[in-house]
Design a binder for this molecule. Structure first.
Ligand SMILES: Nc1ncnc2c1ncn2[C@@H]1O[C@H](COP(=O)(O)OP(=O)(O)OP(=O)(O)O)[C@@H](O)[C@H]1O
Ligand SMILES: [Mg+2]
Length: 472
């Protein structure tokens, strides 16, 4: 029993089939019941009506002529019919009868008078458990009761008719249950089959097997689910590939500084080196370890932003303060490369809700790129633009620009336009990835516009805050 229940619970086909079948049975039983009740009441009332009519018409005839020949006539009318008539005089003597009487008939005759006194006309109406329906009517002579007409109708034909109706209903019910059951089974299998396929497919996907066939026909929910699974498996494959690429890229990225560290430290250890040379090598080692440190820090930051554990210190800050601070940091290195910074301060004070340090990090990353990629003698412009809802900080350079095809990927981690990883200097391609994530955390977004050979403009869009969050 338990196993049966388990079987039903785990099979959607059977669950669905049983549910539909249950609904069908409910409707069928209700309909059968209606037909049955209707037929029974119609048939019985028809028989009863005939019985009472005949009783009354006999009583009427006898009231007109209460003599032997009329009695004989009435009796003969009922011989061989479904009914049996008994005519009594006022002392309950039998004046005529159309068939032989049994003790049951006599019982009813005994009751006749009492019934007539107490309840009026009817004597027996129970067709189900009694052998006859019985009706009676008084015969009047000169305003006085002179006798009684009692009419019996056997209930056997009624019961037989009802039984055969029951048999017919049952047969129809069984036959249609079998047919409907079969059809429902096929339908629910049809509905459930794609689900079963999808279950199989998803367990294959979980095992890392992406080589499967999914029926993607149709537009209903089931087909939509198939599409979603298809899409999901593509995404998983994509992310798996991305993860593998990412790991490979990090490997490359780590290799260069490590090569330097190892090479130069070996030089210092293994050879007779002058003090100047030692100084030079140590400088390289120092630079490379700094690079390594930054790389690892950036990777950590990215991972923590992704996990949502990168902490932000939210406050209402004056944007201009952040930018002037940042500019003073990069100023000297810009100067050293002969790059001119043109800064247009905003007309009004601009307040945003943000993390002073993280936003500073964003601007440093962008300005650093601008400095790094812009050739000597170039310029960098820093401007503000404002509309009702947001402020846009534009940082434009006169560098080489970024090819249009590469623009969408520039904020992806470890993505660089200059693909060569053996480059000694230059970044790992993490700066913009981190920056765009930080901007997103500020409910803003980063736009990058670039024309190859002319320069690049980075636009940091941030929502404006004029009043305290609580009041708005
Ligand atoms: N102002 C710019 N002009 C031209 N190319 C740029 C500019 N800024 C970024 N790029 C391109 O976008 C790539 C990604 O920039 P990103 O700042 O993310 O990485 P990175 O500067 O190479 O390394 P990191 O910032 O991690 O030190 C750069 O490698 C460069 O090819
Ligand atoms: Mg950078």
């Amino acid at each position: 029993m338990g196993r049966m229940a388990q079987f039903i619970r785990t099979r959607v086909t059977i669950k669905l089939g049983l549910l539909l079948f249950g609904v069908f049975l409910l409707i069928a039983v209700a309909l059968g019941n209606i037909v049955y009740t209707f037929f029974v009441s119609f048939y019985v009332s028809h028989v009863w009506e005939e019985l009472t009519q005949r009783t009354e018409s006999h009583a009427a005839v006898l009231s007109d002529y209460f003599n032997d020949s009329t009695i004989d006539h009435v009796v003969r009318m009922e011989v061989g019919a479904n009914f049996m008539v008994v005519i009594l005089d006022s002392d309950k003597n039998v004046l005529g009868q159309s068939d032989n009487m049994t003790s049951e008939h006599h019982d009813y005759l005994d009751m006749t008078y009492e019934k007539q006194m107490k309840f009026g006309a009817t004597v027996e109406q129970d067709w189900d458990s009694k052998p006859f329906l019985v009706d009676q009517a008084p015969v009047f002579q000169g305003g006085k009761e002179a006798g009684t007409v009692v009419l019996f109708s056997s209930t056997t034909p009624i019961r037989e008719a009802i039984q055969s109706l029951q048999r017919i209903l049952l047969t129809i019910g069984l036959a249609s249950a079998i047919i409907v059951g079969g059809i429902l089974f096929l339908i629910s299998r049809m509905i459930a089959r794609p689900l079963l396929v999808m279950r199989q497919v998803t367990s294959e996907i979980a095992k890392g097997n992406y080589d499967f066939y999914l029926p993607l026909r149709g537009e209903d929910e089931v087909a939509q689910l198939a599409h979603s699974i298809h899409h999901m498996s593509r995404e998983i494959q994509f992310y798996q590939k991305q993860r593998n690429d990412f790991l490979a890229d990090i490997g490359h990225e780590l290799r260069t500084p490590l090569t330097y560290l190892k090479g130069y430290s070996e030089l210092i250890l293994g050879h007779d080196v002058s003090n100047e040379e030692k100084q030079e090598y140590l400088t390289v080692i120092n630079e490379q370890s700094e690079r390594l440190q930054r790389l690892v820090q950036d990777l950590f930051d990215l991972a923590r932003i992704d996990q949502g554990v990168f902490s932000f210190h939210w406050e209402k800050i004056c944007l201009e303060d952040v930018l002037t601070d940042t500019l003073s940091v990069v100023e000297s290195s810009m100067d050293a490369k002969g790059i001119l910074i043109e800064y247009c301060p905003p007309e009004k004070k601009i307040m945003v809700k943000g993390d002073r340090q993280r936003l500073g990090q964003v601007f440093i990353n962008i300005l650093d790129n601008a400095r790094y990629y812009t050739p000597e003698g170039g310029s960098v412009f820093v401007r503000y633009q404002r509309n009702a809802a947001e402020v846009i900080i534009e940082i434009e350079d006169t560098g080489p620009g970024i090819p249009k095809a590469e623009l969408p990927f520039i904020t992806e981690r470890l993505y660089r336009v200059e693909k060569s990883r053996s480059k000694q200097t230059g970044g790992a391609g993490l700066g913009l990835a981190i920056s765009s994530k930080i901007i997103e955390k500020h409910q803003g977004y980063l736009q990058i516009e670039s024309a190859e050979g002319e320069g690049t403009t980075f636009k940091v869009n941030l929502p404006l805050v004029f009043v305290d969050q609580a009041k708005s």
